[in-house]
Design a protein around this ligand. Structure first.
Ligand code: GN1
Ligand code: MG
Length: 364
């Protein structure tokens, strides 16, 4: 879809003159653009179209982000040893945190965090350690923000029971006539349901604490500077009450996979144990005072849990005809699901080693 970015930008209060934009290919949900201006102070901005089909309450979502970034900024001033950059919302010309164009599209603007980069595949253990530490610090800094100040931007986001119900409904309705293509994947899911339901049971019984978590800790949502220090956590759309297991698990799913999320050659998909170990050490070093016994006991398993639930969501979207995740070819979601399930299998083979690494990291 061709969009008039210059016109959209004219509704925001930016410094300098608009010079042009570059589409940034990141994420499966929103569309992102890097905006260039002639201002020396603010040479770059980050414009996003917020997907209102998925985020039904954009106002609530933007309020969440304002609360979270405000809280983080205050914490960083109090704690001057921590060097981090926090996203900064640029209001529209009416002072709103987003702008709605004539077609009902939602837009938001951030200042651009300059000279930073992310990783789709993590190159070395130093980066993994830094990433783990950064997500741990992020969660720790938000620990004293009352959870009920935030709106649930996507209800039941990592609720395995609900995700399974939705999957079974899609199987039954078979709207795109694709169920015939996935017998192996259906068996894969069915044979692991019982084990996967242990996490929602722990949450329901109150044995797993609910905290404010990020909930979309893809490794590439950590920005690094030129000296490979983790400098910022981005993509705050789903910051809301959740379990620490969601954040740890999703970062391992993405950071410690030897292949990319939609790799076509499944033999390349494996768990990279040195990367896993380094991430775990970084994460534990910044959260060890908060972690409960039940969280520790399930930390290694959370990687499998998150890989499974996101595989389940990719597969459900494939069955439904791809209404949710952006796809580039007809079997893209199926391919993504296959990668996730292959990674689950590899993690099953390494389950005891992964748990051992958690316990060893706590000793160090
Ligand atoms: C989506 O768009 P992106 O890449 O930030 C999704 C995550 C999935 C991820 C899979 C709101 O995140 O939950 O883990 O794709 N975000 C939403 O790559 O559904
Ligand atoms: Mg996201």
């Amino acid at each position: 879809m061709e969009r008039d970015i210059k016109n959209i930008l004219s509704h925001f209060n930016i410094e300098g003159q608009y010079l042009g934009n570059e589409k940034v290919n990141t994420g499966h949900i929103n569309d992102s653009y890097l905006i260039k201006t002639n201002s020396t102070n603010h040479p770059g901005y980050f414009l996003q179209w917020v997907n209102n089909y998925i985020f039904k309450d954009v106002e609530g979502l933007m309020n969440n982000i304002a609360i979270v970034t405000g809280h983080l900024a205050r914490k960083l001033i109090e704690n001057d040893k921590l060097v981090f950059k926090v996203l900064e919302i640029i209001p529209d010309n009416d002072g709103k945190k987003f702008y709605i164009d004539g077609e009902g599209n939602y837009w938001r603007l951030y200042t651009y965090i300059d000279k930073m980069h992310g990783y789709d595949v993590v190159e070395n253990t130093k980066i993994a350690y830094e990433g783990g530490k950064a997500f741990g610090i992020f969660m720790s800094l938000l620990a004293d923000l009352p959870a009920d100040t935030l709106t649930e931007t996507i209800p039941d986001f990592h609720n395995m029971e609900k995700r399974l119900e939705t999957f079974y409904t899609s199987l039954k309705n078979n709207p795109a006539n694709r169920v015939k293509d996935i017998p192996a994947e259906i068996d894969f899911i069915k044979s692991r349901v019982e084990q996967m339901l242990t996490i929602p049971a722990l949450i329901k019984s109150g044995k797993l604490p609910v905290r404010i978590t990020h909930n979309d800790t893809k490794f590439n949502n950590i920005l690094f500077d030129e000296t490979e220090h983790a400098m910022s956590i981005v993509d705050l759309d789903t910051v809301m009450p959740g379990s620490i297991l969601f954040d740890f698990g999703d970062a391992i799913r993405t950071g410690a996979n030897t292949a990319i999320e939609d790799e076509k050659d499944l033999s390349k998909v494996d768990i990279n144990l040195p990367i896993y170990e380094a991430y775990t050490q970084g994460f534990i070093n910044s959260t060890r005072h908060t972690l409960t016994e039940v969280e520790i006991e399930n930390l290694a398993f959370s990687a499998r849990f998150m890989t499974f639930i996101i595989g389940l969501r990719f597969l459900t979207d494939f069955i439904d005809g791809d209404p949710y995740f952006r796809t580039l070819y007809p079997h893209h979601n199926l391919n993504r699901a296959k990668v996730q399930f292959r990674l689950v299998e590899q993690m099953e083979l390494n389950a005891s080693k992964m748990h051992e690494i958690v316990l060893q990291s706590l000793e160090k």
